[in-house]
Design a binder for this molecule. Structure first.
Ligand SMILES: [Cu+2]
Length: 426
């Protein structure tokens, strides 16, 4: 209350103080205890749509079991960012000149659902929506020459990790484990109902999910996932030959749900492709979580903690102003997925095909080419692989007991998407 008074805040009805679980980073105080890291928010005019604003400079830790504050630190008063505009969830009408786009499937979708199993093109799979981790795909298999061949026993999100990159304790304490820790058994779950036409196309098929309350009673949530086909106007395959194009238009099947964790809305997609790939896609939308800072303009920022210097005195940035006195702190979103592959059955190996340089003899006009060095991984410990631009590799799950027509063990490749390598160590 004293720290709030120093900041000119005396009406405690307008203040919310909270503690949230920080990720486990092996602090002594976390040993054997559930520790929450906290701060306060101030809202002068919630009734008229004003947003909560963080009370800057305050930090405390709470034992979440005994409900006791363990430590309170006031790092100093930070001016409250001005209320620049009210949050407008409506967003207003479409821009002038926006004409309708109509996508229709006059004969209905080309997938079928029988006893909970989805079939589309050569794909078959089952799904559910988990209240904690969102969409779960089961028993995905492919038809090939009249035979059903297993691909994936189960696939789902395992964990999300969101560490913020700020030098100050008030914000580098933001290291959220969002799938593990942001779950309350209220029966509502983290995936939230989808809006037709915004989250998925109008013509999509929507599914409810069955969650549970903490006393075990079921809770049915409507419209938690959607399934739809789409065409992006891209070819599935094409070739120009003999002065003409051969090809066919591509389409894909999308299974989607959206998990809402505080300010973030995570779009979680499982996309089934015609060539036999499954694409796992994640999108982050919603709002930024922002930090109040003393300097309101970029030109003044050298004096504030948005910027700093490295050991050689070169400027460093830890975030960017997104409004006056409002820092969008740099951060990562790590998404960890659990993929239990069953490629043509359960007898699977993990193989790493490294691309290596191969030196050609001096008589060759070329000096080097690259070649693929296949290696079957022997243990789970040595299966840990780092994505690297400098040392490219392909990761495959192979079945040594099933061979294709050319004698190779059948396999599915794990292909990393667009990402950066992590620079943090704890
Ligand atoms: Cu983010």
């Amino acid at each position: 209350m004293e720290a709030l008074k120093k900041r000119g805040i005396t009406d405690l009805n307008l203040v919310t103080c909270y503690a949230t679980p920080g990720g486990y980073i092996a602090l002594p105080e976390q040993d054997g205890r559930r520790i929450g890291w906290g701060g306060c928010e101030y809202n002068e005019d919630a009734e008229n749509g004003s947003e909560d604003r963080e009370v800057g400079g305050i930090f405390f830790t709470v034992d979440m079991v005994s409900k006791k504050v363990l430590r309170f630190t006031d790092y100093g008063v930070v001016p409250m960012p001005p209320v620049s505009s009210l949050y407008d969830p409506n967003g207003g009408p479409a821009l002038a000149g926006t004409k309708p786009i109509v996508v229709s499937q006059p004969e209905g979708p080309s997938f079928t659902i029988t006893d909970g199993e989805v079939s589309w093109q050569n794909w078959h799979f089952r799904f559910r929506v988990d209240p904690r981790s969102g969409p779960v795909i089961n028993m995905a298999s492919l038809d090939y020459k009249g035979k059903r061949r297993s691909v994936l026993y189960e696939g789902s999100l395992s964990e999300m990790y969101v560490p913020y990159m700020d030098p100050e304790e008030t914000w580098n304490s933001h290291v959220f484990l969002e799938s593990g820790e942001y779950f309350m058994n209220t029966g509502l779950g983290i995936p939230k109902p989808l809006q037709k036409g915004t989250d998925c196309p109008d013509y999509a098929t929507y599914f409810s999910g069955t969650f549970f309350h903490d006393n075990g009673t079921p809770s049915i949530r409507p419209q938690l996932a959607c399934l739809f086909e789409r065409t992006l106007g891209d070819p599935a395959w094409r070739h120009w030959d003999d002065d003409a194009v051969s090809g066919r238009p591509g389409r894909e099947l999308v299974f989607r749900s959206i998990a809402v964790v505080g300010n973030y809305d995570y779009i979680l997609d499982w996309r089934f492709e015609q060539e036999g790939a499954i694409t796992v896609a994640v999108g982050a939308t919603g709002e930024l979580e922002v930090k109040p800072v003393p300097d309101k303009m970029a030109s003044e920022m050298m004096s504030s903690n948005i910027m700093g210097k490295d050991a050689e005195g070169n400027p460093l940035e830890f975030g960017h102003l997104v409004a006056a006195n409002t820092d969008g702190v740099d951060h990562d979103h790590f998404f960890s997925f659990r993929l239990d592959l069953d490629v043509d059955g359960t007898n699977n190996n993990f193989e790493v095909d490294k691309l290596v340089q191969y030196k050609l003899p001096a008589t060759s006009p070329r000096k080097t080419i690259w070649a693929m060095a296949p290696k079957t991984i022997a243990t789970e410990g040595s299966a840990m692989q780092n994505f690297s631009m400098e040392h490219p590799a392909m990761w495959r799950f192979t079945n040594p007991s099933v061979h294709n027509e050319l004698g190779y063990p059948t396999s599915f490749e794990i292909m990393p998407g667009l990402t950066g390598a992590s620079l943090i160590a704890g």
